[in-house]
Design a protein around this ligand. Sequence first.
Ligand code: C2E
Ligand code: MG
Ligand code: MG
Ligand code: MG
Length: 273
Amino acid sequence: EAKASGGNLFRFFDPDMLDIVNARAAMEADLRLGLAQQQFVLHYQAQVNAAGKTIGAEALIRWQHPQRGLVSPAEFIPQAEESGLIIPLGIWILQTACQKLAEWQQDPATSALTLAVNVSARQFKQIDFVAQVQDIIRHANIDASKLKLELTESLLVDNAEETIARMNQLKMQGVGFSLDDFGTGYSSLSYLRRLPLDQLKIDQSFVREMLNNTNDAVITRTIIGLGQSLGLAVIAEGVETSAQQKFLVQQGCQAFQGYLYGKPSPDLIYTKG
Ligand code: C2E
Ligand code: MG
Ligand code: MG
Ligand code: MG
């Protein structure tokens, strides 16, 4: 016992602590191996307009693990961020997504589709992030106006000037920006107004409860109104029922994403509406 051997001091070799450290190191090594062995895949989930027509997609990463099967990003993105592996992984994600976009742009049936890519805060804050994205765009030879980067509010809390400058550099190439999970973070309205955003993405937690919970309905309606007054497009994520879609349409929402239209899959499922 720590108490018996030395008052309130920590035990240096706490076996539980060691387990945590070991598990983390093992996970990191596993991620590194997975990256080297190309075990990651992107799935694509449709984004539709009010007429039900597919207008774009979001790229969502999965880990095709040799032992664990298909692992969801919630189980490894946080560790990838912590360990810094999100940097090479993030480059792979952008390259793979831009290759897909290039494919789509070569086919008249899919050439108008946009592709949204999630970017983690740590990735965006890399000193050469803008140059990397520009490089990848050039390499893939795509129309960059169809590429949309999804950022979260967590990225916006510090160093506003730098964030805005980076966004503007990419905007000059035509790249768009969507604020993911909107409503769950802390961004102030005055700050929001200064950001060169194109879209707000209503967090799925509000969509899930808005038909049962007045607060969530009010939040949803407020975000849609905010988008209208700031001149930003609004998309709702996590739309699972036509009742949810109907309510969102009534509030003025114009774009939708969720299982109602299609689950994320290796090949985008799209409808002409
Ligand atoms: P997110 O960007 O907010 O993505 C939306 C999540 O909701 C996805 O989970 C998607 O599969 C799920 N979803 C879509 N429609 C529905 C629906 O109708 N109902 C429900 N219940 N869920 C729905 P997923 O793919 O597990 O991704 C989880 C999170 O992991 C993402 O949240 C994002 O934060 C992160 N992530 C995923 N891919 C990437 C990536 O390539 N890079 C980075 N940095 N993060 C990623
Ligand atoms: Mg997203
Ligand atoms: Mg989201
Ligand atoms: Mg989310």
